[in-house]
Design a protein around this ligand. Structure first.
Ligand code: NAD
Length: 259
C-alpha cells in the first residue's frame, strides 16, 4: 500500500533502538525524511546510516535527552516544523506505591507526560497552518489496564492520554490527527531487562522468564519493532486522516477486555 507520505518530514524521538527505531524504519520505507533522536550518538549514527543506505531518505540526527528542556530545544531546532511527530522516551523505573515520593512523580510526569505535551505544543501550530499533520505518542498498554509495578508509568501516561483526548479534537478541524500507540510486551532492550528482573526475583533463567510471559499472551509471543513501526506508519499515512484521538493497543491480546 502506498502510504502517500513520501517526501514528508518526521521527527521521531528516542529512535536509535527498539520501538522508536521500528517507527523510524517504517516511515523511512514510506519515503519520509527523518530527524532521529536518542541519548547516545553511537547507536543513533549507526541506525541513521543503515536507514539512509536502505531507503535513500534524508536523515538528521540529534543526540540529546529529549526529556530535558535543553535536549528538547536541540531536537526541535533540528526538526524545524515537521509534518509528522512521533513522541517517545524511556519509561519510569518499576517499584511499589510506597517507594515513590513527589520527586519521583515529577520526574515521571516530566518524561512521559510533559515532554510529549511540550513537543506537541511546539509542532502543532505549523501543522495546523499547513492543514496537515500527524502525531503519534508511544505510550503503553498500562493506560488500558494498570501494571502494578509501573505505578509511575500508569500515572504519567494516563495523564498524557487525557490531554490527547481533548487536544486531538481541537486540532482535527485543521487536518491534524493525534493518536496514541500502546505497546504491550515487544522484543526490545526494555523487554530483555524486564525478563532479567523476573529471572533474578524468581530464580529462573531469562529464557524461562520469557517463555512464561509468552504463555500468558494469546498470540503466544512478543511483538516486534517492525510490526509496531508499520502500525505507526499507517497512522501517519494519508489513509488514516479520520482516526482522531484513538488509543491503539498492540499487545497480542494480552489485555483481556472487550473494548
Ligand atoms: P528501548 O529501551 O528498547 O529503546 C530505547 C530508545 O529510546 C533508545 O534509542 C534510547 O536511546 C532512547 N531513549 C530513551 N530515553 C531517552 C531520552 N530521554 N531521550 C532520548 N532518547 C531516549 O525502549 P522500547 O522498548 O523501544 O520502549 C519505548 C517506550 O515504550 C518506552 O517508554 C517504554 O516504557 C514503552 N513500552 C515498551 C514496551 C516494550 O515491551 N518494549 C511495552 C510497553 C511500553
Amino acid at each position: 500500500m502506498d502510504l502517500g507520505i513520501k517526501g514528508k518530514r518526521a521527527l521521531v524521538c528516542a529512535s536509535s533502538k527498539g520501538l522508536g527505531l521500528g517507527c523510524a524504519t517504517a516511515l523511512a520505507e514510506a519515503g519520509v525524511n527523518l530527524v532521529m533522536n536518542a541519548r547516545g550518538s553511537e547507536a543513533l549514527e549507526a541506525a541513521a546510516a543503515d536507514l539512509r543506505a536502505q531507503f535513500g531518505v534524508e536523515i538528521t540526527t540529534v543526540a540529546a535527552d529529549v526529556t530535558t528542556e535543553e535536549g528538547r530545544a536541540e531536537v526541535l531546532a533540528a526538526a524545524g516544523s515537521p509534518d509528522i511527530l512521533v513522541t517517545n522516551a524511556g519509561g519510569p523505573p518499576p517499584g511499589i506505591w510506597s517507594d515513590w515520593d513527589r520527586d519521583d512523580f515529577i520526574a515521571a510526569l516530566d518524561a512521559n507526560m510533559l515532554t510529549p505535551i511540550a513537543l506537541m505544543t511546539a509542532c502543532l501550530p505549523a501543522m495546523m497552518e499547513r492543514g496537515w499533520g500527524r502525531v503519534v505518542n508511544i505510550t503503553s498498554q498500562s493506560v488500558k489496564a494498570p501494571i502494578p509495578a509501573l505505578g509511575l508509568s500508569n500515572a504519567a501516561r494516563t495523564g498524557l492520554t487525557g490531554y490527547v483526548a481533548g487536544t486531538a479534537r481541537q486540532v482535527a478541524p485543521s487536518g491534524v490527527t493525534i493518536n496514541n500507540l500502546l505497546p504491550g510486551i515487544h522484543a526490545t532492550d526494555r523487554a530483555t531487562s524486564l525478563d532479567q528482573g523476573v529471572s533474578r526475583v524468581q530464580n529462573i533463567s531469562q529464557d524461562e522468564a520469557r517463555s512464561r510471559r509468552e504463555a500468558s499472551i494469546p498470540a503466544r509471543r512478543y511483538g516486534t519493532a517492525a510490526e509496531f513501526g508499520a502500525t505507526c506508519a499507517f497512522i501517519c499515512s494519508q489513509h488514516a486522516g479520520f482516526m482522531v484521538g484513538q488509543n491503539v493497543l498492540l499487545d497480542g491480546g494480552a489485555t483481556n477486555a472487550t473494548i
